[in-house]
Design a protein around this ligand. Structure first.
Ligand SMILES: [Zn+2]
Length: 881
C-alpha cells in the first residue's frame, strides 16, 4: 500500500512561503496568494506529512465540528508540545496495541501511526459472509474507524493474509522475505518513527504472521538506517532513517529479557483528563470497531468482568527495550513513557517550542479560547527555517499543521468540505464545496479555497487555476462563507472501487485531493485543510455476481433420451448488482457469453443516476456437443458478463465468472434445511447440487415440523452467532433420533464445549469435546481410517484426489475427545505434527445419524473445490440412499 510519497518539493515551497510571510508581516495578502498558489501548483502530496492510507468508505462529507470541540483543541495544543512519532507495528488489524497508542497520543501528544503487515483478509468474519479480499476491504475500513478513536494513522504493507499459519517460514514463503522487508523499511523511511512498539515477539510461538512480523521489525530497525539496504528507495525525499528505540510487549515468552533490559509500563487505568474516561475504555471502543473479529465485550464493565478483574482495573502493559540506536539517550530501568529522555538538537527544540501562558502549557487554558488564541497569535511562529534537513522539516510541518489547527479551533473558525458526486469517474467533472464558518468573536478573512488532483495525473503540465483575489473576503463573527470549485478528474485517475478488487493496488485509498482554505485572523494566517480521498469508479460497475464460481454438477444436466449425443444444461440463474456512478440514468445491456466469443444471452438494464440495482438474470440452458464434453470436463468457462451502453459496442464493465465441473451426485428427493451461520455458502452449494433447500431460523427450529427435512445442517459457529439455538438443541437431537441426518459444521472450542456458566450442555448426542488444534497446511495428506465406511462411498466414492486443490487450510478446532459411538473417518496433520483424527466424525443416533466436522467445507464449497462438493454430497445424502 502506498502511503505518503514524495513531499519534498512541496514542503520546501511551503516552508518558503512561511519564510516570505515571516519577512513580510505587513503584506499578508501577498503571502496568502503564495500559499494558495502553493496549493495549486504543488498539489501532489499534500500539506500534512501524515495521510492515512485508506479512504473511509462509504465516503461521507468531511466536517470539522460546528461548535468547537474542546477535546480537539486540547489535542492540538498537546500535539504542539510533542515532536516525536511512535509507530505500532502489527501483523493484522486488531493486533495493534490500541491502549498504548491512545496513551501516547492522548496523554503525551505524540504523533502515532500503526503499520499493518496485512489487511487480515485470511481471517474469519463474525458479522457477515464476506471473506478474502472482500473481508480485507471491510477490515481496512474497520481499522480506519479504530484508528480514529486511537488518534493514530493506519498504514498497510499489503502482504497477503493467507490464513492461519504456524511458522514464520511459511509466511516468508508466501510474502517473500526480502519483499516484506523492503516494504517495511520503506514505510519506516517515509513515516520516520522515533520509537517502534509491537505486541509481536520473536520468542513467541504464535501465529506465523506474528512471528514473521516480529522478525521483520528487528531487521527493519537496522536496515532503514543503512544506506546500503534498498538504496533504490533513497530518492524523492525518502532518506535513511534511524529509529531510536524498539520495544516489544512483555509476555510469557520474553519475561527473562525484561529482568535485565529497561522496561516501559503503560497504565491503561489512567483517566483521560479531557474525555473523562480511562484509556482502557477508549481502547475497548476502538477494538469494537474491528467488528468482524468480535464478539468483543459490549461495555467496559463487561470487559473487566471478562478479564476477571477484582479491583476494577486492567493489568498494566509492560514493554521491554530490545533495540536502541547507537548514541540513543539512556532510558531508565522503569519508565512510564517510551519517549523518556529523548531530546532534539537545541535549535530544533527551540523552534518547535509551543508558546505558554504565564509559564504554563496552553492545555491548562483550554477553556479560555481567546487567551489561547492570543498566545498562539503572538507566538514566534512564522519563522520556520529551511535548513535542508529533511528529518527536521517533517517535524516542522507537523508542528505547523498542529498550530494551524489550534489557531482555527481557538478562533472557532471551522471548515466543512463536500464533493459532488461522492464517487468520481475518470474524465469527468467534480465539484468541491467548502463552508467556512466563523463562530468566534474575532473577524476573519478568507483568502481563498482551492483543490486539485495529484499533478502526475493531470494531462497538462499546469495544474488548474482558480480566480484569486488579492484581498480577503471578510467572515464576520457568526457568518459563513461558501466556496465552490469544479475540478476535472483526469482520464487516467485509477479506479479503486469496489475496494475488494483493488485492495493491493497502490491507488486503493482513492484519489487524494489536495487543498483547503486560507484564513486570516488577527495577524495569523492559517490553512484549514481536510484530508480528502475521493473514490474513483468506472461509470458503470459490476459490484457483485452470485454465484461465483459456477459449480456445475450432474444435476445441471437435463436427462436426455437414451442414446442421444451431447448433453443439455439446465437454465442458470445469476444475481448481479450493478452500480451506476454517472449523473444520468444508465440504460444498456448486459451481454452474457460463454466460451470464446459465444454470446448466450443478453438482458437490457436501466439504473438510475448514482444508484444501484439488483438484477436477476436467467441464462437459458443449451446443448453441449459430445466433442466439447470429452474435452477437459473442468474447463467449461468462464461465463463473461459485459455491460454495454445502448447502441455502443465499447464495454463499460466486464466480469468473468469461472465455471467448475464437480462430478458430485446426491441421493434422490433430498430436502435440506440449514441454520445459517456467519458465512453464507450453503444456499449456492446446495443449489449447485440440485437439492431443494431452505433456511431455518432458531424460531423455526423450535416450531416447525422438522421431519419434512431429510437433512439439517447447523452451519459454522451457529451456536455462537445464534445462541438461542442452544435452547432448541434438544429438538434437533430428537429430529436425528427419529431418522433425520443432522450435520454440524465447525465451532470454536469455547463456543462449543459444555459450560455451565453459559448454560451450554453437551450439544452433540454423545460426548464430543473440541480442542484448539488446527491443520493449516491445505495440502496436508489425508488418510482414510475407515475407507469402506458408507459416508466415504455413497453416492460418490471419495478418494485422495478429492482433497486436492483445497484452499487456505484443512480445518480448525479439531475434536480432542469423543465417545466411541463416533466413527472417525479421516486423519491428517500439519508437517511434523501428531495426527488428528477428529476432522470428520459420524455416529448413528436412534434411527438417524449425526455428523460433526471441523473441516473448512465452507471455504472449499465457496471456492468451488470439486472434491469438497463430492464429500458434501455424501454428507447430505447420508442415511437416505
Ligand atoms: Zn494477528
Amino acid at each position: 500500500m502506498k502511503s505518503n510519497s514524495n513531499e519534498s518539493v512541496f514542503s520546501k515551497f511551503l516552508v518558503n512561503v512561511h519564510r516570505i510571510m515571516a519577512k513580510n508581516k505587513h503584506h499578508l495578502p501577498l503571502a496568502s496568494i503564495f500559499l494558495v498558489f502553493a496549493l495549486l501548483f504543488f498539489p501532489a502530496n499534500g500539506l500534512d506529512a501524515s495521510r492515512s492510507a485508506l479512504a473511509q468508505q462509504p465516503p461521507a462529507p468531511i466536517t470539522t465540528p460546528q461548535t468547537v470541540n474542546k477535546a480537539e483543541l486540547y489535542q492540538a495544543l498537546l500535539d504542539l508540545t510533542n515532536p516525536w512519532t511512535v509507530m505500532c507495528i502489527a501483523a493484522h488489524p486488531d493486533d495493534e496495541d490500541g491502549t498504548s497508542l491512545i496513551v501516547m497520543r492522548r496523554k503525551y501528544g505524540a504523533h502515532t501511526v500503526s503499520l499493518f503487515s496485512t489487511f487480515g483478509e485470511g481471517g474469519q468474519n463474525a458479522i457477515g459472509p464476506e471473506l478474502y479480499e472482500e473481508l480485507g476491504a471491510i477490515r481496512a475500513r474497520e481499522t480506519m474507524a479504530a484508528a480514529e478513536i486511537q488518534g493514530s494513522e493506519p498504514y498497510f504493507l499489503g502482504l497477503k493474509d493467507f490464513g492461519f499459519s504456524k511458522s514464520a517460514d511459511e509466511a516468508f514463503r508466501v510474502w517473500g522475505h526480502d519483499e516484506a522487508l523492503r516494504r517495511m523499511v520503506l514505510e519506516i523511511r517515509k513515516l520516520r518513527p522515533d520509537v517502534i512498539i509491537t505486541n509481536h515477539s520473536v520468542t513467541n510461538n504464535d501465529h506465523g504472521h506474528h512471528q514473521a512480523t516480529a522478525r521483520l521489525e528487528l531487521e527493519a530497525f537496522d536496515a532503514a538506517a543503512d544506506p546500503k539496504r534498498f538504496p533504490e528507495q533513497l530518492k524523492d525525499g525518502v532518506t535513511t532513517w534511524q529509529v531510536q528505540r524498539l520495544f516489544v510487549r512483555v509476555g510469557r515468552s520474553n519475561q527473562t529479557q525484561a529482568e535485565t533490559a529497561p522496561v516501559v509500563t503503560i497504565d491503561p487505568n489512567e483517566l483521560d483528563p479531557i474525555r473523562g474516561k480511562v484509556y482502557a475504555e477508549e481502547a475497548l471502543q476502538a477494538l469494537q470497531k474491528h467488528a468482524t473479529q468480535g464478539p468483543w465485550p459490549k461495555t467496559f464493565a463487561d470487559m473487566l468482568r471478562f478479564r476477571g478483574s477484582q479491583d476494577g482495573k486492567i493489568p498494566l502493559t509492560r514493554y521491554v527495550l530490545v533495540r536502541e540506536a547507537k548514541g540513543a539517550e539512556a532510558l531508565s530501568k522503569e519508565s512510564r513513557n517510551f519517549l523518556e529522555g529523548m531530546r532534539l538538537p537545541e535549535n530544533t527544540a527551540r523552534e518547535l517550542s509551543s508558546p505558554t501562558i504565564d509559564g504554563q502549557p496552553l492545555t491548562k487554558s483550554v477553556d479560555q479560547r481567546s487567551r489561547v488564541f492570543d498566545a498562539l497569535d503572538n507566538g514566534p511562529h512564522d519563522d520556520i527555517p529551511l535548513d535542508g534537513n529533511e528529518f527536521a522539516s517533517q517535524r516542522y510541518r507537523r508542528f505547523s499543521a498542529s498550530r494551524d489547527r489550534a489557531l482555527a479551533l481557538a478562533a472557532e473558525v471551522a471548515l466543512s468540505e463536500e464533493t459532488f458526486p461522492r464517487v468520481a469517474t475518470p474524465d469527468s467533472a467534480m465539484i468541491v464545496k467548502w463552508k467556512i464558518s466563523n463562530r468566534g468573536l474575532k473577524p476573519a478573512g478568507l483568502f481563498g479555497c482551492a483543490a486539485s488532483v495529484p499533478k502526475d495525473l493531470t494531462e497538462t503540465a499546469k495544474a488548474e487555476r482558480v480566480n484569486l483575489s488579492a484581498h480577503s473576503d471578510p467572515i464576520n463573527p457568526g457568518s459563513t462563507l461558501d466556496r465552490t470549485q469544479q475540478i476535472h478528474i483526469p482520464a487516467k485517475a485509477p479506479v479503486n472501487l469496489p475496494l475488494s478488487r483493488h485492495l493491493y493496488d497502490s491507488s486503493a485509498s482513492g484519489l487524494q485531493l489536495d487543498g483547503g482554505c486560507s484564513v486570516l485572523v488577527s495577524k495569523s494566517l492559517f490553512h484549514l485543510e481536510l484530508p480528502t480521498h475521493v473514490d474513483v469508479a468506472s461509470p458503470v460497475q459490476i459490484d457483485n455476481i452470485s454465484p461465483s464460481p459456477i459449480v456445475r454438477t450432474p444435476a445441471a444436466i437435463k436427462p436426455t433420451p437414451r442414446g442421444s449425443e451431447g448433453r443439455d444444461f439446465r437454465d442458470l440463474e445469476f444475481k448481479i448488482r450493478l452500480a451506476n456512478n454517472q449523473d444520468s440514468t444508465f440504460s444498456g445491456e448486459i451481454a452474457i457469453g460463454e466460451g470464446p466469443g459465444r454470446k448466450v444471452a443478453s438482458h437490457s438494464v436501466a439504473v438510475a443516476a448514482h444508484d444501484k440495482a439488483d438484477i436477476t438474470l436467467n441464462i437459458p440452458g443449451y446443448s453441449q456437443s459430445t466433442a466439447v464434453r470429452t474435452a477437459e470436463e473442468r474447463d467449461l468457462g468462464p461465463i463473461t458478463f459485459t455491460v454495454l451502453a445502448k447502441g455502443s459496442a465499447r464495454p463499460l464493465a466486464r466480469l468473468d465468472v469461472p465455471v467448475v465441473w464437480a462430478d458430485a451426485r446426491v441421493s434422490p428427493n433430498l430436502r435440506v434445511g440449514y441454520v445459517r451461520g456467519f458465512d453464507y455458502s450453503l444456499p449456492n452449494a446446495l443449489a449447485a447440487l440440485g437439492v431443494e433447500s431452505s433456511e431455518l431460523t432458531a424460531g423455526e427450529v423450535e416450531k416447525a415440523d422438522l421431519q419434512k427435512y431429510s437433512t439439517i445442517i447447523v452451519d459454522n459457529r451457529v451456536y455462537e452467532s445464534q445462541p438461542e439455538l442452544i435452547a432448541m438443541n434438544q429438538k434437533l437431537l430428537d429430529y436425528a433420533k427419529d431418522g433425520g441426518t443432522l450435520i454440524v459444521f465447525y465451532h470454536k472450542s469455547f463456543e462449543w464445549n459444555p459450560d455451565e456458566r453459559r448454560k451450554r450442555p453437551q450439544l452433540a448426542p454423545y460426548k464430543l469435546i473440541l480442542g484448539d488444534e488446527r491443520i493449516t497446511d491445505e495440502t496436508a495428506p489425508i488418510t482414510f481410517i475407515e475407507p469402506q465406511h458408507p459416508l466415504l462411498n455413497v453416492p460418490n466414492k471419495i478418494g485422495p484426489e478429492d482433497f486436492a486443490n483445497w484452499i487456505q487450510e484443512r480445518g480448525l478446532y479439531y475434536p480432542k475427545e469423543w465417545d466411541p459411538q463416533y466413527h472417525a473417518l479421516l486423519q491428517s496433520n500439519d508437517p511434523g505434527e501428531a495426527p488428528l483424527k477428529g476432522g470428520l466424525l459420524v455416529a448413528d443416533y436412534g434411527r438417524g445419524h449425526y455428523i460433526y466436522t471441523s473441516m473448512v467445507w465452507y471455504r472449499e464449497l465457496r471456492a468451488g473445490v470439486p472434491g469438497a462438493y463430492r464429500m458434501f454430497a455424501n454428507m447430505i445424502s447420508y442415511g437416505h440412499p
